[in-house]
Design a protein around this ligand. Structure first.
Ligand code: ISL
Length: 527
């Protein structure tokens, strides 16, 4: 079995420590805290419709913070809660200013924020502003009135010509990340519009001054309701080449991979646009953003990182579970970010197979879950913990023909796609039939082992993955070296072992992990 030693004894003390109260007033929470990602559809359903809701999140806040038995995280990030036709399950928003009735009322949201704050938890919303839903009133107005106030709000273009069958040809070679062309012909306006994702997700034109004005006004509205930050969806794609030039082509496994994305994202004026959005967030102290780097590497992630404005890179998430590969990935991150910029640590999210399933490869799942917890919570950077990982929940199996995830339904030999449903199963709270998640029929199958692997059973078991997370989070909170310290790898000649040091002027920690399949005895020289 894989053996994991959370932190060497003697350097940081034992895992059990008295609880330390959450630091809601700490202006550095974005750096020292831990963010818990809630996928609202899957957290807790209080209405019996099989879909999670805001009231369900509020009722389970004690699981996260504020009680002696809580996990002990510092913030929650909610995947989108705005009204959406649901083609991309909330990532296609039709009204930025309100709450989707599927999740509850405006009052439910305000109560959730108040109850979170009462427990010292910050609240981060998902800001999905690369695109809207095609059901958004801006789009309806844009397609019907090219000369009206919303005429330029999206990326409209005339066709490049017509093909042999008289069909309009798209303006350039851009493709959709979700498969197929990046342009959709709109018979109402008689033009194409651009979409990086589904055709039901038209991209906003961020060069139209109306776009930043409307988006920042909307952000101010949510901040006035107490929101502490935003996770910015595909934030490096907001601006496109003003001339909409075709991308250079190259060999690759899918249409997206066969282009160099020179012109449909990462434009030279992006940092200036981000600075203006970030300035709005900084109008009051204690707020932050985290940008989701779309299809880019860790160097790019570091480039776009500034004080209080973090960036997700997917270096660790895309690395194999091997000490050598993980060690190299960690070093690439460290050298890209350098000592002055603060990375994030994310090893699972709503888009990727759960790490317990992705990495276990026949290993003991609980041991893997614990070792991954150590990696997540002791590397340098702000950890983002995806709901259910604290129980070691495995992925569910949903065949593509039953997939809810839209790109999975279009998957084929030239468009390989992992079905994202597998990471979005309902949270198992109890061993009851609906797992304490719902009294109805859950929108996705429950995790296969929900009857035994759930919050209630793991709370009662000091040897559970949940108890391990709780102890490790407490240790992290009590140890400045772990939540704020510098980082250096410690060499080990023992195969499978990854070791590193963290330190501040006042304290040191040594982390030793066995990523191998066998129990080993490692000699570590921490120096
Ligand atoms: O993991 C990825 C790249 O390796 C992708 O998941 C990529 O980050 C992603 O597709 C962009 O995701 C975000 O925007 C999408 C939405 O479907 C995802 O759920 C969201 O996380 C469009 O809004």
């Amino acid at each position: 079995p894989a053996v994991c030693r959370p932190v060497a004894r003697g350097t940081t003390g034992r895992v059990m420590r008295p609880p330390v109260p959450p630091r809601h007033t700490d202006p550095g929470w974005w750096k020292t805290g831990v963010v818990y990602q809630v996928y609202p559809r899957s957290f807790a359903d209080t209405t019996g419709d099989g879909v999670g809701d805001l009231e369900g999140i509020t009722r389970h806040l004690d699981h996260l913070a504020g009680e002696p038995g809580s996990l002990g995280v510092d913030a929650i990030w909610l995947s989108p809660i705005n009204p959406s036709p649901g083609h991309d399950l909330g990532y296609d928003i039709s009204d930025y200013a309100s709450v989707d009735p599927l999740f509850g009322s405006e009052a439910d949201f305000d109560r959730l924020v108040a109850e979170a704050h009462r427990r010292g938890l910050k609240v981060i919303l998902d800001l999905v502003v690369n695109h809207t839903s095609d059901a958004h009133s801006w789009f309806t107005a844009s397609r019907s009135s090219p000369d009206g106030p919303y005429g330029n709000r999206y990326l409209w273009r005339d066709p490049a010509g017509v093909d042999a069958f008289g069909r309009p040809i798209p303006p350039n070679n851009w493709v959709s990340f979700f498969g197929g062309p990046g342009w959709e012909w709109d018979p109402i306006r008689g033009q194409f519009y651009q979409h990086t994702f589904l055709a039901q997700q038209p991209d906003l034109n961020w060069r139209d001054p109306g776009t930043p004005t409307a988006v920042t006004e909307m952000m101010r509205g949510w901040m006035a309701r107490g929101v502490d930050g935003f996770r910015m969806d595909v934030f490096n794609a907001l601006l496109k080449d003003p001339g909409l030039r075709s991308n250079p082509v190259r060999p690759g496994r899918s249409p997206w991979a066969r282009q160099v994305h020179l012109h449909d994202k990462d434009q030279p004026d992006l940092p200036a646009l981000l600075a203006s959005i970030r300035a709005v967030v900084d109008e009051a102290p204690g707020r932050m953003t985290v940008g989701e780097l779309f299809d880019g590497d860790v160097v790019r992630a570091a480039d776009l990182t500034t004080e209080r404005h973090l960036v997700f890179d997917f270096e660790l998430l895309q690395t194999r579970w091997s000490a050598a590969a993980m060690g190299r990935a960690v070093e690439r991150r460290e050298s890209a970010f350098g000592p002055d910029r603060w990375p994030t640590v994310a090893i699972s999210n709503h888009d990727q197979p759960r790490h317990v399933s992705r990495w276990s490869g026949g290993r003991d799942r609980d041991a893997l879950a614990r070792a991954a917890a150590v990696l997540l919570l002791t590397l340098r950077g702000t950890p983002f913990l995806y709901y259910g990982e604290e129980l070691g929940v495995p992925g569910i199996i949903v065949p593509n023909r039953h997939a809810i995830d839209p790109p999975a339904r279009g998957a084929g030999p030239d468009f390989p796609w992992w079905n994202r449903d597998q990471a979005r199963a309902p949270m198992p709270w109890t061993g009851e039939p609906g797992a304490g998640f719902t009294a109805g029929r859950p929108w996705l199958p429950l995790p296969p082992d929900a009857a035994t692997r759930n919050v209630a059973s793991q709370r009662a078991d000091p040897g559970s993955v949940l108890s391990f997370y709780r102890a490790l989070l407490r240790l992290r909170r009590a140890t400045p070296a772990l939540h704020a310290g510098a980082f250096a790898r410690v060499p080990s000649s023992t195969p499978g072992v990854l070791a590193f040091r963290r330190w501040t002027p006042d304290g040191r920690a040594l982390v030793v992990l066995n990523l191998g399949r066998r129990q080993v005895t490692a000699t570590i020289d921490p120096r």
